[in-house]
Design a protein around this ligand. Structure first.
Ligand code: GRF
Length: 193
């Protein structure tokens, strides 16, 4: 593993739309001495996203973009991210689908975390669908983002057992605990030699 400390850390932006528990775990990870990343920017499409509070708590710049016009919003985000010399984008519960153009602008530099064992259950309502199908296991996946939804190269996955009493709530809680560990691990994996 290359020692990436101080100014050599890879500048990272985290995109959120909601609670931001993965954002929080990524911030905590970024503060560790051997972490390869430093989080320089938090981006949201939702001014009411609870996770924005972590920007204030950890003194990281927060930017909210109005998505009424997606093309305009993305243009602004691209210039903000480029201006800040961000080299890695981590989607963490970001509920907007990035355009092909956006993804092309950051080829191989965008990661996402998804609450299922991809390629199973791409898209929304993953826990509900896993339970309705009587799956014995679900889990989470960190993957590179390409132009097809939840289909980029998988970096790491973690399996979680489904019990017969699980509800969407209990399953999502169990999986979130694993997500908080998996995202940092996946980032360490891609930056280790
Ligand atoms: C997580 O389950 C993540 O996998 C999915 O959206 C949820 C975001 O949760 N993409 P949080 O905002 O990080 O708490």
């Amino acid at each position: 593993m290359v020692q990436l400390t101080g100014p050599k850390k890879i500048k990272c932006a985290v995109f959120i739309s909601g609670t931001g528990s993965n954002l929080k775990s990524l911030i905590q990870f970024s503060k560790k001495k051997n972490s390869p990343i430093s989080i320089e920017l938090i981006i949201s499409d939702n001014a009411k996203a609870k996770g924005l509070k972590f920007g204030k708590i950890f003194k990281i710049s927060n930017k909210v973009f109005n998505y009424k016009n997606k093309i305009v919003a993305e243009k602004k985000i691209i210039s903000e991210v480029k201006n800040k010399k961000i080299k890695l984008i981590c989607l963490a519960g970001f509920m907007k689908i990035l355009s092909k153009n956006f993804i092309k602008s950051f080829k191989g530099q965008i990661l996402n975390i998804h609450p299922s064992l991809l390629p199973k259950y791409k898209g929304l309502n993953t826990h509900q669908r896993a339970l309705s199908n009587n799956e014995k296991y679900s889990g989470c996946t960190v993957h590179f983002v390409n132009s097809r939804l939840d289909s980029g190269k998988i970096i790491l996955q973690k399996m979680v057992k489904i019990n017969k009493h699980d509800t969407t709530k209990s399953l999502s809680q169990k999986i979130l605990i694993e997500e908080h560990k998996l995202y940092p691990k996946a980032i360490s994996k891609i930056f280790s030699l």
